[in-house]
Design a protein around this ligand. Structure first.
Ligand SMILES: [Zn+2]
Ligand SMILES: [Zn+2]
Length: 434
């Protein structure tokens, strides 16, 4: 932009340089006189016409004897160039090109600016999400630290109290012994005075003494017994206690017998479910799956965060996850979030997929024998983990609204092998006296 006026003025002065001083127009067939001044061939011829004798240069007035000039081809070519580049058509075309190019640049700039804004927005989103997650992680760890801190405080308080009790017992004994010593010393002093009195033959009768105090037996203190409660696997004991305080910790689920398809047999303690060759007699129930070989857990969830673990062992096929309370239990339905199912599935021993429509195939490094399912009702998230190393297998972020139940489908395998059960994993309740 800054160079444009300079270019114009250069061009302007060039045009002036190439202007004939006689006709004041661009040279036509420019010729050069011996004085190096240029004129149109016709202009200088006309100027000199009718002049007798020597002629002059109209510009510098130099005289020449003969009418001689030279055609200057270089100047001719330059004049032609200036003539063309200053023509209206040429300028119009140039302006059009300039406008078009400018418009093109303007549009591309707008494109790039939009890209910049999008990138900036993305960066903001990433930063916000990162900060939120950091706050979330800090909160989770704060909760764990608090459990440990509370446990430590509790244990330290306890040992301090026990220590004080033991000290108190000894202190009480110590004081009673000291009091007894004082009594004895007082009596001794009376006796000594009496003794002196007898020497002087003044004493007439035995002096009156204070009755002697009975001192309690010294309290026992067994340092080994005192420490044995704390000289223990404290970290493990604390970790076991902590396990009970985890939010969410593993939920101890049980199968809902009333929801089980007639081909599913459920153990007496309702923690194992296995497909059965023969239909099991059942009671009519609107909770029961009658088409697909499915079963739900008794525990339904509609708020908070929940986690549970299921052992699938080496079952060659299964589906598991969560199902909306409202799912149709009497027809054959494809398992997908649209139909109220958020599931992980296994077919042919090693083909894992997420229950989307169409299936999302998952490449797992190993075949998990225990699956962990995490349900975050408010966050609308359903995630699946290999419960052995807690590696994430898949996460639905368009999770359920409303009440859902843990869902299991043992899938009739039809093979000759003995079917393997689903096992709902319960962790032993931990009780620990303080
Ligand atoms: Zn001229
Ligand atoms: Zn001249």
């Amino acid at each position: 932009m800054a160079t444009a006026p300079t270019a114009t003025s250069t061009k302007g002065s060039l045009r002036e340089d190439l202007t004939c001083a006689i006709c004041c127009d661009l040279f036509r067939e420019p010729v050069m006189l011996a004085c190096m001044h240029h004129f149109c061939k016709t202009c200088i011829s006309r100027y000199w016409r009718g002049t007798q004798g020597p002629v002059t240069c109209p510009q510098c007035r130099k005289e020449f004897r003969c009418r001689q000039f030279q055609t200057n081809y270089l100047v001719s070519a330059m004049v032609e160039k200036v003539r063309v580049t200053t023509s209206d058509a040429y300028i119009q075309n140039l302006e059009k090109q300039l406008e078009e190019t400018l418009e093109n640049h303007r549009l591309r700039r707008e494109d790039h600016m939009n890209n910049i804004h999008r990138d900036e927005d993305k960066m903001d989103t990433i930063k916000r999400a990162g900060a939120d997650l950091q706050a979330h992680i800090r909160g989770e760890f704060r909760a764990l630290h608090q459990i440990l801190l509370d446990e430590e405080t509790y244990m330290l308080d306890h040992i301090r109290r026990e220590q004080e009790e033991e000290l108190e017992k000894v202190l009480r004994h110590l004081e009673s012994v000291k009091a007894a010593v004082r009594e004895l010393e007082e009596n001794m002093s009376v006796l000594q005075q009496a003794s002196v009195a007898t020497e002087n033959r003044v004493l007439t009768e035995f002096p009156q003494l204070r009755p002697l105090m009975l001192v309690d037996v010294a309290p026992e203190f067994d340092v080994n017994a005192f420490s044995s409660k704390y000289m223990a696997p404290l970290q493990y004991i604390t970790w076991r206690k902590m396990f009970k305080s985890l939010k969410p910790g593993p939920s101890p689920l049980t199968f809902d017998v009333d929801s089980a398809h007639p081909s599913i047999s459920i153990s007496r303690d309702k923690t194992m479910a296995v497909e059965s060759e023969h239909a099991i007699p059942y009671t009519e129930n609107n909770k029961r799956f009658l088409q697909c070989v499915n079963v739900l857990a008794e525990q339904g969830f509609q708020s908070g965060q929940h986690y549970w673990e299921v052992e699938v062992g080496s079952k060659p096929k299964w589906d598991l996850g969560v199902a909306s309370k409202a799912v149709d239990r009497c027809s054959r339905i494809k398992l997908s979030p649209e139909n109220g199912y958020w599931t992980l599935r296994l077919r042919n021993r090693n083909e894992y997929s997420a229950g989307t429509q169409p299936w999302t195939r998952l490449q797992l490094r190993s075949s998990p024998r225990r699956l962990g399912v995490f349900l975050d009702c408010e966050g609308r998230r359903v995630s699946f983990y290999d419960a052995d190393d807690m590696s994430l297998l898949y996460s639905f972020t368009n999770g359920p609204r409303g009440k859902v139940y843990p869902f299991f489908s043992p899938c009739i395998s039809g093979s000759s092998q003995k079917p393997q059960p689903f096992k709902l994993l319960h962790y032993p309740p931990v009780t620990l006296s303080g």
